[in-house]
Design a binder for this molecule. Structure first.
Ligand code: FMN
Length: 166
């Protein structure tokens, strides 16, 4: 395992949602590189695989500010100091299950590090939307990754993590 800057007194979590696997690839890289815990955010009702169907459903949910229930959730995030939050860019923001996760806990005083995979619009409004959901957390050091290139992004992940103070 390759560790970068890791202050072992800090507990770090990488929580992510992934529909087609890209965001998962980055989350697994983070886990491998810094040795943190990982949590997959999964909605009870899985999104359709057909592209147009998921695009339509996502649009409706985002416009309605819908927070889909999750299969399981963590009991608490109290023991974590720093939480990486991973999401695909859906309609320029985070996917609804990530909004469910972020609004389920009190992130007061926590450090949130967003990572977003996308196909052209990078972070979109994701960071400002996360800040609205977690107004007393410090949301810093975000990074976006091109979804179609995640399998070759290992060096980009390493460089990004090297720049994060923890
Ligand atoms: C419902 C939906 C909406 C999307 N909206 C955007 C968008 O607004 N901008 C963008 O760059 N990519 C958009 N994409 C592409 C995804 O962000 C990209 O493929 C991402 O890497 C998927 O991550 P995943 O494999 O972890 O689900 C969208 C994809 C879907 C399915």
């Amino acid at each position: 395992m390759q560790m970068i800057n890791n202050d072992s007194s800090k507990k770090i979590l990488a929580a992510y949602f992934s529909h087609s696997g890209n965001t998962r690839v980055i989350a697994e890289q983070i886990k491998k590189i810094i040795g943190c815990e990982i949590f997959e955010i999964k909605p009870i009702n899985v999104y359709p695989n057909a592209y147009q169907a998921v695009v339509d459903q996502a649009k409706k949910e985002i416009n309605a500010n819908y927070k889909p229930p999750l299969t399981v959730n963590l009991e608490t995030i109290d023991s974590y100091d720093m939480i990486f939050i991973g999401s695909p860019n859906w309609w320029s923001t985070i996917a609804p299950p990530v909004a469910t996760f972020l609004t389920a806990f009190d992130f007061n005083g926590k450090v949130i590090i967003p990572f977003i995979t996308h196909e052209g619009s990078r972070m979109g409004r994701s960071v400002s939307d996360i800040k609205k959901m977690c107004p007393t957390a410090s949301v810093v050091d975000e990074h976006s990754f091109r979804g179609s290139s995640v399998k070759n992004a290992q060096n980009e992940v390493i460089d990004w993590l090297k720049g994060i103070k923890y």
